[in-house]
Write a protein that binds this ligand. Structure first.
Ligand SMILES: Nc1ncnc2c1ncn2[C@@H]1O[C@H](COP(=O)(O)OP(=O)(O)OP(=O)(O)O)[C@@H](O)[C@H]1O
Length: 240
């Protein structure tokens, strides 16, 4: 088990946004959080690395309460990747090494080798290392964001709609990359997405969030072939 979420709720400005959420993730699984717009998927993801406070419940990462970790060490283990790649004006290498430099956890002498191997891992040519990141395509930038995330040697990637700004070809690249990271790095990946084709291609399990409640958690094939709840059936009928 990597993450254990026990009975958490989130209230924002007096509104109940997440209600008594419970689930666990396994090491090396892709868990897709799906659901209607405004159901609370991003809020839940943000709660997992303390970008959003919770009003009750507990969250443990590798057996430790995330509230007993410093936000810095938590966000090194549970790295968030967003819909729009947030790279700064600078080289691809600088962007990839940004997080590890902040944490002081890299060896300056072999930084180029580290950046090169990370770039290879995400399927980009190493000649891009010295390019200004802003000159890359959005799909390439998203892969640089992923390289920057895995440079931190995280246990969990928290991915919020990371393919929604991408064309189908780039989406396919990211899809393949996530599966490789799960397989080779044994990373746990929580992916918020509206792309049901992507979910069916890569998820191990699916969590369906409706109106702030996690109404169903099922293995992906079971969910799409035989959802166990009425809300699951209704959701699938709206996207068919
Ligand atoms: N900081 C905030 N202030 C006020 N309301 C908020 C805030 N953050 C989230 N909400 C509300 O919480 C609800 C859940 O939002 P959230 O973005 O988590 O949903 P979502 O399932 O990710 O939606 P989508 O699929 O459309 O991105 C929405 O009604 C949203 O307006």
């Amino acid at each position: 088990m990597t993450l254990s979420i026990n009975n958490i709720s989130v209230d924002i400005l007096g509104s109940s946004i997440l209600k008594n959420i419970n689930f666990q993730t396994n090491k090396g699984e892709i868990f897709c959080l799906i659901g209607t717009s405004g159901a609370g998927k991003s809020t839940l993801l943000r709660a997992l690395n303390r970008l959003q406070s919770i009003s009750k419940g507990e969250i443990h990462l590798n057996g430790q309460s995330i509230y007993k970790m410093t936000p810095q060490s938590l966000r090194k283990s549970a790295v968030m990747i967003l819909q729009t790649p947030s790279l700064f004006e600078g080289t691809v290498e600088d962007n990839i090494l940004f997080g590890v430099k902040l944490n002081g956890s890299y060896d300056k002498t072999d930084s180029k080798t580290v950046a090169r191997s990370l770039l290879e891992k995400v399927g980009l040519e190493t000649k891009l290392l010295d390019r200004n990141a802003s000159t890359l395509s959005v799909g390439q930038q998203q892969r640089v964001s992923i390289a920057r995330a895995i440079a931190m040697k995280p246990t969990i990637l928290l991915c919020d709609e990371i393919t929604s700004a991408l064309d189908p070809q780039s989406t396919l690249h990211i899809q393949e990359l996530l599966v490789t990271l799960k397989r080779e790095e044994k990373l746990t990946i929580i992916l918020v997405t509206h792309n049901m084709d992507l979910v069916q291609q890569i998820a191990d399990r699916v969590g369906l969030l409706i109106d702030g409640k996690l109404v169903e958690v099922s293995p992906v094939n079971e969910f799409f072939n035989n959802p166990t709840t009425e809300l699951g059936k209704n959701f699938l009928s709206t996207i068919a």
